[in-house]
Design a binder for this molecule. Structure first.
Ligand code: ADP
Length: 258
């Protein structure tokens, strides 16, 4: 108890005094710190694109005779920054919803084969032919939320595309593992060094901020994955080696984990 800050109230009770621990301030301070960090990070992430958009709007206002080509270039950058803000706000809303205790899991039978076929098409579109992407489906359907599992699996697959240089390989698989069905994404991309791995699912934690932003990353993808898996009783295993690649594996407990 030495490192904890407990708030203790001494309450008289039938001539005796009993001590009541009403509040563990260590935990609430930690939560408060996380909340402050989240707001500070989110504000910072929103401020950057807003600054760019405002800058170009001011140019458009003060220089109405700009060449058409220059104006189109500015508009394109503003659209990109607007999309970045939209992705960020969507991810923040998703995360808040997933964390809310009164947001029950709507479990249904999830057709994993269809789900992964769709994710494969999206990954190929995102890659634009720069990677070889394969899919193996050899596991059962599961009980869970299709929307949430889609978002978790698609975050892991799009990360593999985004952090793998041109010419790389990405293998997506759904199979029976030791404890139950397993979803895995293996890439031979940039990899992650050991000291970063444990922190990857923290909100806004990124190994390389500029690479994440260049590829439309919000820094919230793996935090969303973590919360979805928690709700489904599944766990995430990350194996990675710098410059060799990464494997993200989602392990479910049994075919129906509800
Ligand atoms: P982001 O939007 O930045 O990609 P994520 O939460 O999805 O946010 O991922 C957090 C960080 O983990 C990324 O910024 C990146 O540094 C690292 N990362 C995630 N997936 C991979 C991967 N497949 N290969 C290498 N690094 C990865």
């Amino acid at each position: 108890l030495r490192d904890r800050k407990l708030i203790v109230q001494i309450i008289p009770f039938e001539n005796r005094r009993q001590i009541l621990v009403t509040h563990d301030a260590t935990e609430s301070e930690r939560i408060e710190m996380m909340r402050r960090d989240f707001i500070a990070n989110a504000s910072h992430e929103l401020r950057t694109p807003l600054t760019v958009i405002n800058g170009f709007l001011e140019i458009a206002y003060s220089q109405p005779d700009l060449a058409q080509e220059t104006r189109m270039g500015h508009l394109k950058l503003m659209i990109e920054q607007g999309e970045r803000m939209q992705n960020l706000v969507e991810d923040m809303l998703t995360l808040t919803r997933l964390e809310s205790i009164d947001y029950p899991l709507r479990a249904e039978s999830v057709n994993v084969h269809n789900l992964l076929e769709q994710i494969l098409q999206e990954a190929r579109a995102l890659s634009g032919g720069r990677h070889t992407i394969s899919l193996l489906v050899d596991g059962p359907d599961v009980q869970g939320s299709s929307d949430e599992l889609r978002s978790a699996f698609s975050n892991l697959v799009s990360n593999a595309v985004r952090y793998t240089p041109e010419g790389g390989h990405i293998d997506i698989a759904w199979k029976n593992g030791e404890t139950g069905p397993e979803f895995s994404v293996r890439d031979d991309g940039i990899g992650i060094s050991a000291e970063h791995i444990a922190r990857l699912t923290e909100r806004f934690y990124r190994v390389d901020k500029s690479r994440s932003r260049e590829t439309q990353g919000t820094g919230l993808g793996l935090a969303i994955v973590k919360h979805v898996l928690l709700r489904h009783g599944a766990v995430l295993a990350i194996e990675s080696e710098p410059e060799q690649g990464s494997t993200f594996t989602v392990r479910f407990n049994s075919p129906s984990f509800s």
